[in-house]
Ligand binder design. Structure first.
Ligand code: ZN
Length: 241
C-alpha cells in the first residue's frame, strides 16, 4: 500500500485531490506554504517542514541552504519536548546514515524520528537496504517530476502519520494485605500494692500455671487453702517479678 505525498515550490502544481501534502515552514515569507496549503487542501494531511532550525514544525529540511546536520539533534529534541510525535527529518538518502548516527550520539533513537529520504531514482520506493541499498527510511521522495510536472512525489510507509500510541494505564498496585492482628498477650498481673513482688504460682492438675497475688483475697477467690509451699500435693511457689 503506502501513502503518496506531494510537494512543490509552487503548491498550485500539487494535484487538488492530494491526501498528503508537504509544505515549507519559515524562511522567505513567499516560501511559507502551510497556510496556503491548508486553504487549498482542507482535507489533506499537511506536513510542515522547517527550512531553518529556528522554526518549529513537524519536520525539518536538512540539505544545503537549509538546516545543516549539526543543528538537527537540537531541533529534533526541541520538537520532542514540545510534543511532536516522531519529528520528520528530510534529507538525501546519502546523508541518512550520518544523521541517524549523529542523532544516536545525542541520545535520540531512530524510532523517535521519521526519516524522509530524497532518492530520485524515479522508482516508487521507500529506501531500505533491500530496495535501493540506502538505510531504511519511513518515506522517500523518489521523483521531482511526478507526472511529468515540476512536482515532487514521496512514497510513505502506511503508518507514517500514525498517531502516538496512547500511554498504557499505569497498573494500580494491589492493596497490601493487612498484617494479621497480633493476639493480645495477656498482661502480667500487676503487683498488688502492699504485697509487692510476691506471687504464687499454682500449678493445677492439668499442668497449667496460674499466678495470683499472694494475698488472702487471692486465696479466697480460688477457694483454696494452702500452707506456704504446699497445696494438695501441688507446688506453690513464691515468684518475684
Ligand atoms: Zn532509495
Amino acid at each position: 500500500m503506502g501513502l503518496v505525498m506531494y510537494d512543490s515550490t509552487n503548491i498550485g502544481d500539487i494535484p487538488r485531490d492530494a491526501a498528503y501534502v508537504l509544505a515549507y515552514v519559515g524562511g522567505n515569507p513567499a516560501f511559507t506554504q502551510v497556510p496556503a496549503a491548508r486553504k487549498r487542501f482542507p482535507k489533506a494531511r499537511i506536513l510542515g517542514l522547517a527550512v531553518a532550525s529556528r522554526y518549529d514544525a513537524e519536520g525539518v529540511d536538512v540539505e544545503k541552504g537549509d538546516v545543516p546536520n549539526a543543528l538537527v539533534p537540537g531541533w529534533v529534541k526541541r520538537q520532542l519536548e514540545r510534543g511532536v510525535h516522531r519529528p520528520v527529518v528530510y534529507t538525501s538518502a546519502a546523508n541518512v546514515a550520518t544523521i541517524v548516527k549523529l542523532l544516536a550520539s545525542n541520545g535520540v533513537l531512530r524510532s523517535q524520528v521519521r526519516i524522509l529520504s530524497a532518492h530520485y531514482n524515479y522508482k516508487k520506493h521507500v529506501c531500505s537496504p533491500n530496495a535501493c541499498g540506502y538505510p531504511t527510511a519511513d518515506g522517500t521522495q523518489w521523483t521531482n517530476r511526478s507526472g511529468g510536472h515540476h512536482l515532487d512525489e514521496s512514497f510513505l510507509l502506511d503508518d507514517f502519520f500514525a498517531a502516538a500510541p496512547k500511554p498504557k494505564p499505569v497498573p494500580v498496585p494491589p492493596k497490601p494485605t493487612p498484617a494479621p492482628t497480633p493476639t493480645p498477650v495477656p498482661p502480667k498481673p500487676a503487683p498488688t500494692p502492699g504485697v509487692v513482688n510476691r506471687y504464687l504460682r499454682i500449678t493445677d492438675k492439668d499442668g497449667s500455671d496460674t499466678y495470683l497475688p499472694y494475698t488472702k483475697l487471692a486465696r479466697l477467690r480460688r477457694g483454696i487453702q494452702f500452707s506456704r509451699g504446699k497445696f494438695n500435693g501441688l507446688a506453690v511457689v513464691n515468684e518475684k517479678v
